[in-house]
Write a protein that binds this ligand. Structure first.
Ligand SMILES: [Cu+2]
Length: 221
C-alpha cells in the first residue's frame, strides 16, 4: 500500500500516524491517571458519581436530571477525569484547622482549586442508606490506609443550601490501619439521621502524609 502513495499522500499518512500516536499517548496518560490513587466508591463521592454517570460536560440529559454534575463538569472537567486524586499532601493531623470551612470537599482547594465545584451546595444525587451502612474506599494505587475518619453533616444542617464547615459535622469514627489492598471497608453506625446528609471520609494514605477528602451525598430516608 505504501508504495502506491504519492509523496504528498505519504506526508499526509505520516501526519495522521503521528497524530494518532499523540492521541493514543494522551489516552493512556488519562488511563494512567485514572488508575492511580483512589476514592470512596460506595456511597459514591460527588466527582466519582459525576464521572461514572455521565460521559462528559455535554452528556445528554445531565442538565435536567443531575444539575450539580452538569455544573461541576462545566466548572472543572478535570475534577471528574481525576476523580481519584482529591487529596492534599503534608497537612499534618490538625485538619479541622488547616482545611478552611467551606472547602472541605475540595481538600482545601487543593491542586489550584481543581476540585472547587465539590464544595458547591445543592441537590447532589444521593445514595439511599440505612442507619448502618458500609463505606468502601477503592485504593487502586494500593497506598495503604493509616486510618479512615468518617464525619456526617449534623441533623438539621442542609447541604443543599449551605456550604459545609467543620462545625456542621458530627465526628462518627476513626478506624485503625489497613494493609495495602484494593478495598478498605468500614461499617458506619448512626442514629437519628433522616433525609439528606453528606458523609465525609478522610482517608490518610500510608505511603506519605497524603489525605483524601471524600464527600458522598446520602439519603437516610
Ligand atoms: Cu496516590
Amino acid at each position: 500500500m505504501h508504495a502506491t502513495l504519492s509523496a504528498p499522500r505519504r506526508r499526509t499518512a505520516l501526519h495522521i500516524a503521528v497524530l494518532l500516536s499523540v492521541v493514543a499517548s494522551l489516552l493512556s496518560f488519562h488511563q494512567t491517571r485514572a488508575s492511580a490513587h483512589g476514592t470512596v466508591v460506595d456511597p459514591p463521592t460527588r466527582n466519582y458519581g459525576c464521572a461514572t454517570r455521565w460521559s462528559g460536560p455535554d452528556a445528554p440529559g445531565m442538565q435536567e436530571q443531575d444539575p450539580m454534575c452538569h455544573l461541576a463538569w462545566h466548572q472543572s472537567p478535570d475534577a471528574m477525569y481525576n476523580w481519584n486524586a482529591l487529596y492534599a499532601n503534608n497537612l499534618g493531623e490538625d485538619i479541622e484547622h488547616v482545611v478552611p470551612n467551606g472547602q472541605i470537599c475540595s481538600a482545601g482547594r487543593a491542586e489550584a482549586g481543581r476540585y472547587g465545584p465539590m464544595d458547591n451546595p445543592g441537590p447532589w444525587r444521593m445514595t439511599k442508606v440505612g442507619s448502618t451502612f458500609p463505606v468502601q474506599v477503592q485504593d487502586v494505587a494500593r497506598h495503604g490506609a493509616d486510618y479512615l475518619k468518617i464525619y456526617i453533616t449534623k441533623q438539621g444542617f442542609d447541604p443543599a443550601t449551605s456550604t459545609i464547615g467543620w462545625n456542621n459535622l458530627d465526628f462518627i469514627k476513626q478506624t485503625g490501619r489497613y494493609p495495602s489492598q484494593l478495598d478498605y471497608r468500614t461499617e458506619v453506625n448512626t442514629s437519628g439521621y433522616t433525609g439528606r446528609h453528606v458523609v465525609i471520609t478522610v482517608w490518610k494514605a500510608s505511603h506519605m502524609d497524603q489525605k483524601y477528602f471524600l464527600c458522598s451525598d446520602v439519603d437516610f430516608g
